[in-house]
Each structure stands twice: as structure tokens, then as C-alpha cells.
Design a protein. Structure first.
Length: 468
């Protein structure tokens, strides 16, 4: 399909249109472009619908800025594309993160959706069931890997084991199409951040469009419990669980998904719309909801340093919620590299801080206690971290480490964007061209303030052929 370009919401969006009939917009998920849709799926839908494909910001041939990846803003990208195409109302199908964008789109533009199909997705919020830590690490720890290595790594949690065992060649062919235009790491991180923070749970009862919710019963990435919750809260939703399928159910059971989507959107089965295909139950959700609903504020977590120091908190918190709550609002990091510059007395507090930053979604590395700015090890550390991730680093130092941090930034301005100093007042001798931030409160309160400071520091890319 020949892709065209539209100026939408401040960026260029690549899109293609195929077929004829009622419009159907397909919204792809995390890290993937429109090239990822199963070819047979598109061809079959195009026989009944005018299929609109597009690359989400950060993917494919669309622009890849370092901002604007909030789910609410990506939903406005969809609205802008429909405006460009002069489509007033359309059917909308969203897969995985694309399902989150579809939910947000209908929340913002309820009159523009004819029918809604939500595939292998979640509504977010405290009632969502998030993937276990081992699965999250597969999806997140991608820095330094080549596109084909990333794809094969993610296979293990998105395809069902039996499908992957019996269809390795098809998975390989699919992967080759997907990495023809690989998604840069910064865009993948920002999409993950947006999906982790997404919460449309309270808006579900307001969705009036007929809705089909599809999921695979073996989905390890987005638990089928999420689809059950969504279907139970949308007044006119039907739920279908496809047996034997993982997260990539449309690739594993393409013909079945084609039949279900086509039948639903053409209105061939009104009975299915009015009577869910499976009984919907909220059983099993309360434990997670209660845990997250009373989640300990960030500042209180630092009263138990041994727990954080042991690293036990990382996996425990990730199971409950991929984003951490600050002031009642979920926040997750954008994956930027953080280099911790400890003081000369102890490395203990910075080991705690490193664990905490990993939980928040950043990539911390710690300079050694004996380092000085002239050490080759400092240069090697900063070069390795920034080139692997493709972004400038933020130096985080305690008050007694500010001189070393300042000297490191002065010597390596090409690799440093900002310095954050904990438990200190503004220091006059900071390097020019490097932004500095001072958190003057005590250590524990500084830990609670740090995430917001880091969040306000915009990503700065560096040119490197090594970044994915």
C-alpha cells in the first residue's frame, strides 16, 4: 500500500486507505507500525470496509518527536487524521495500546464512532491487571538490542507457545515486515510510559457505541481479566475469548478474527451485540483494586530502606502497578538515562535510589565512589550509557557530590543535558549550557520530589548508530 502524509496535531502522520464501504480505522499497539497488521486481515476487511491504516507517532513513516505520546494526545492524532480524510464517523478497531487510544478517542469524540472493537487491551487504572515483572522486563529492557533481537525477544510473551513452535517461519516473515521501519527506543519508551499511565476506567459506562471486546485466553501481556472488566462496564459490549491464543490473537487466529470483526461491524448478528458471548464477571478483581487503592505514597516507601535496598520492592510494585502513584496520579518514567554521582562517604543511599529509579521507569547507572573527572572510567561510563540508549544523560548528585557532577558535565557536555542536586540550595558554579535543578528538602522528601523534576526534563537525543 502506498502511504500518504497528513499534517495532524503538529506532526506528519503516514497513512493508507484501502477498500470501499463504511470507514474502519485500525489503531496499532505499542512499538508497532501499520506494517504489522496481518496481510490477510487487511485484505479481507478491505472487501467490506474502507480501511484506514496509519502509523502512530513514533513509528513507521510518521514523525518521531520526543513529546506528545500521551494516550489523550494520540487519540487527537486519530481525530486529526479523520478530519484530514473528511470522515465524520467511523468504525474503530484498536489493538493492545491501540485499544487504549480507541477508548480515549471515543471518550473525547463519542459521536464519531459507529462501532468499536477492542482487541487484547485494558482500560488502565487501579482495577487493571498488569503483567508480571518477568513479562514487563521483556517489553522494557530493549536498549542496546538490534531490531530483530527485540522482535524475537518480545515473541516469547506475545505469541502463544504452541503457535510459535508450529509457525516459526510465519513469525519470522511477520517480524521482517515489522522491522522494515524500526521504532526508535525513545518512541518505544514514551509509548510505554503513556500506556502505563493510561486510565479510562471511569469512562467505560459512558460508551454508547456497540462494542466488541476480543481477547486470547493465553495472553500473558494483557490478561484476559482486563477484557472481562471492560466488557462488564460498557453497556452495549460483547466479550469473546478466543481459546489457545496469546496476545497476538489476530496473527494466530486470523480467519476467526476476520469473521468476528466483519460480522459484528456489519450488524449481521444483533443477538451477539445484545447478549455477551461469554458471561462477564468481576470476580477476582477486588484484591488488586484494594491493594492499589491504598498504595503507599512514594515518600513513605523510603521509610523502609532495607526493603528497597534488597531490590524486593522492584518486582513487588511492578506486579501491582507499572506506574507509581504520586498525589493520586499515576506516573511512570520515560526511560531516560540517569547517572548517579554519590558523595564520598557512602554508596548506600544511592543504591536505594537506583532501585527506586528502576521502579519509576528510568535507566540508572552509578558512578564509583573513587571516581574523579579525569578517570577514563568516567568517560567510558558516560559514553556507554548515552550511546546505548541514544539520549543525553541526567546527572543526579548529593550536595557533597555536586563539584564532581559539575566537572563531569563540563567535560562531557555532548552527553549531559541536566544536573539534579539533592538536598542542596542553588550552587553558583554550574557549567554553562547544562540545566541545573536543586531540591533543597531533606533526603526522603527529595526522593518524592525527584520524579516530578525528572519528568519535566525533556528527552534530548544524540546521534549514534548504536541506538535501536
Amino acid at each position: 500500500m502506498t502511504m500518504q502524509y497528513a499534517d495532524v496535531n503538529g506532526i506528519k502522520v503516514a497513512y493508507g486507505v484501502r477498500g470501499s464501504g463504511p470507514p474502519l480505522v485500525l489503531i496499532m499497539g505499542y512499538r508497532l507500525s501499520s506494517l504489522a497488521w496481518p496481510l490477510a486481515f487487511i485484505e479481507a476487511l478491505a472487501e467490506r470496509f474502507t480501511v484506514v491504516l496509519f502509523d502512530n507517532r513514533g513509528t513507521g513513516a510518521s514523525d518521531k518527536p520526543t513529546f506528545g505520546y500521551e494516550i489523550s494526545n494520540m487519540a487527537r492524532d486519530v481525530g486529526g487524521l479523520l478530519d484530514h480524510l473528511k470522515i465524520a464517523r467511523a468504525n474503530v478497531l484498536g489493538y493492545s495500546m491501540g485499544g487504549a487510544i480507541a477508548q480515549e478517542f471515543i471518550r473525547q469524540f463519542p459521536d464519531r464512532v459507529l462501532g468499536l472493537v477492542l482487541c487484547a487491551t485494558m482500560c488502565g487504572g487501579p482495577r487493571a491487571v498488569y503483567a508480571p515483572p518477568a513479562v514487563v522486563r521483556v517489553m522494557r529492557e530493549l536498549d542496546g538490542l538490534k531490531p530483530e533481537e527485540i522482535a524475537r525477544r518480545i515473541w516469547e510473551v506475545t505469541y502463544s507457545p504452541r503457535y510459535l513452535e508450529n509457525n516459526r517461519d510465519q513469525a519470522e516473515d511477520q517480524m521482517r515486515r515489522e522491522i522494515a521501519a524500526p521504532t526508535p527506543l525513545h518512541a518505544a519508551d514514551l509509548q510505554f510510559q503513556a500506556f502505563a499511565e493510561f486510565d479510562c476506567s471511569k469512562a467505560l459506562p459512558n460508551i454508547k457505541a456497540p462494542t466488541l471486546v476480543l481477547t486470547g485466553d493465553l495472553d500473558r501481556l494483557v490478561s484476559p481479566q482486563n477484557s472481562k472488566f471492560i466488557a462488564s462496564h460498557i453497556p452495549v459490549a460483547s466479550l469473546i475469548v478466543i481459546p489457545g491464543c496469546g496476545h497476538r490473537m489476530m496473527w494466530e487466529a486470523t480467519d476467526e478474527c476476520i469473521g468476528l470483526v466483519t460480522e459484528f461491524l456489519t450488524g449481521a448478528s444483533e443477538e451477539r451485540r445484545n447478549n455477551p458471548a461469554l458471561p462477564v464477571s468481576q470476580d477476582g478483581d477486588d484484591t488488586l483494586a484494594d491493594f492499589v487503592g491504598f498504595f503507599t505514597p512514594a515518600v513513605d516507601l523510603f521509610t523502609n530502606w532495607p526493603w528497597m535496598l534488597a531490590g524486593a520492592g522492584v518486582d513487588t510494585m511492578t506486579v501491582a502497578r507499572q506506574s507509581i502513584y504520586f498525589g493520586g496520579k499515576a506516573q511512570f518514567g520515560d526511560g531516560k538515562p540517569i547517572i548517579l554521582v554519590p558523595d564520598f562517604s557512602s554508596n548506600l543511599s544511592f543504591l536505594v535510589l537506583s532501585n527506586w529509579l528502576k521502579v519509576l521507569g528510568y535507566r540508572p547507572a552509578t558512578a564509583g565512589l573513587s571516581m574523579n573527572v579525569d578517570d577514563q572510567s568516567v568517560t567510558e561510563l558516560m559514553r556507554a550509557v548515552t550511546r546505548r540508549i541514544g539520549r543525553k544523560a541526567v546527572l543526579v548528585a548529593a550536595a557533597r557530590g555536586v563539584e564532581l557532577a559539575s566537572a563531569m558535565a563540563e567535560a562531557h557536555k555532548e552527553w549531559v543535558s541536566d544536573i539534579v542536586v539533592l538536598n542542596a540550595s542553588p550552587h553558583p558554579d554550574m557549567p554553562t549550557g547544562i540545566r541545573s535543578h536543586f531540591i533543597s528538602s531533606g533526603w526522603s522528601l527529595a526522593m518524592a520530589t525527584l520524579p516530578q523534576v525528572l519528568r519535566n526534563i525533556r528527552i534530548e537525543l544524540i546521534e549514534t548508530s548504536e541506538s535501536p
